[in-house]
Design a protein around this ligand. Structure first.
Ligand SMILES: Nc1ncnc2c1ncn2[C@@H]1O[C@H](COP(=O)(O)OP(=O)(O)OP(=O)(O)O)[C@@H](O)[C@H]1O
Ligand SMILES: [Mg+2]
Length: 287
């Protein structure tokens, strides 16, 4: 078992308001965002006219075909890319660049191979001025090492760990700074099915306790339904919001057999009908 949250400093702050209280935290209005393709000397629109509000304490899943702009969406929240049109605000202020209030977890872990587990978790504290003393940082790193059950592996290097363990380092690194928003880009996609379910369950437990706000990208309909409070279905590029669905299933979902509930299969069918055509045309290699 890992991700036991006892002792998290801001657990009370995050747990202050129930999900139902609906305090807007991330607000995108008519946001269009894309990239300059220097070689081709043209512009590529990745997302078009996105309007979405993520409330404090909400777990929102982004689902859509490859290349539809999901990563771009969380890059816009984190401030790595800025909107061409429209606006994006976090906690009432326009996003102008990355900040310690938003932390990322990636599919390929993005660990530094020459750094030990402990040193990887310590990284954000070196790059961001969080006003913490060395002792406070040491305590934080230790607590989150413990949380993801990597005690004893502090001095190991990433190549000495399994995929699941590497991802736990990535999660610990993101959570150690206790960000307001956790941005997760297919964090469990490269992990075997059994470990993946275990990690989903632990993440759900953590989020339920801390009311951590999460924006989570996945290609898996089941992962989106078992984790999300809401699921945002995005169409093929340029990505637009096709539909936003509420997941009205009891929590914790991993402790009970939610997959056998009629509401689960109804939602699954609804989402499949939304993504089917795009998934099939993608599988046939159509543009
Ligand atoms: N740094 C970049 N420079 C230029 N184009 C980019 C860049 N990043 C993404 N794109 C383009 O933007 C579009 C959306 O990409 P994005 O990575 O957001 O998709 P995605 O939904 O995350 O896809 P996947 O599911 O495959 O990860 C794609 O057409 C991609 O080629
Ligand atoms: Mg992506």
């Amino acid at each position: 078992m890992f991700l036991d949250v006892t002792g998290r400093d801001d657990a009370s702050t995050n747990s202050g308001d129930h999900r139902g209280a609906q305090q807007p935290l991330i607000v995108a209005k008519n946001m269009t965002v894309g990239y300059k393709l220097h070689r081709e000397r043209k512009l590529l629109t990745a997302l078009r006219d996105i309007t979405l509000t993520v409330n404090r304490g909400e777990f929102v899943c982004l689902l859509g075909p490859s290349g539809c702009g999901k990563t771009t969406f969380i890059n816009a929240i984190s401030g790595i890319v800025l909107p061409w049109e429209g606006t994006i605000e976090v906690d009432g202020a326009p996003v102008t660049g990355p900040g310690p209030d938003r932390a990322m977890v990636f599919q390929d872990y993005a660990l530094m191979p020459w750094r030990t587990v402990e040193s990887n978790i310590r990284m954000p504290f070196e790059f961001q001025k969080l006003g913490m003393s060395k002792q406070q940082i040491d305590e934080r790193v230790e607590r989150y090492l413990d949380l993801v059950e990597l005690k004893g592996f502090e001095k190991s290097y990433p190549y000495e760990l399994s995929g699941g363990m590497r991802q736990r380092v990535g999660i610990a690194r993101a959570l150690a700074t206790e960000p307001t928003i956790l941005l997760a880009d297919e964090p469990f996609a490269a992990i075997d099915a059994m470990t993946r379910e275990a990690m989903q369950s632990e993440l759900e437990r953590f989020v339920t306790k801390t009311r951590q706000t999460v924006v989570f990208i996945t290609h898996s309909i089941d992962e989106a339904i078992t984790l999300g409070d809401r699921i945002v279905v995005i169409s093929r590029r340029p990505g637009r919001i096709k539909e936003v669905l509420d997941v009205n299933l009891p929590r914790p979902r991993f402790d009970q057999d939610v997959k056998s509930l009629p509401a689960y299969s109804e939602l699954r069918e609804r989402i499949w009908s939304l993504v089917k055509d795009e998934a099939l045309s993608g599988a046939h290699g159509e543009e």
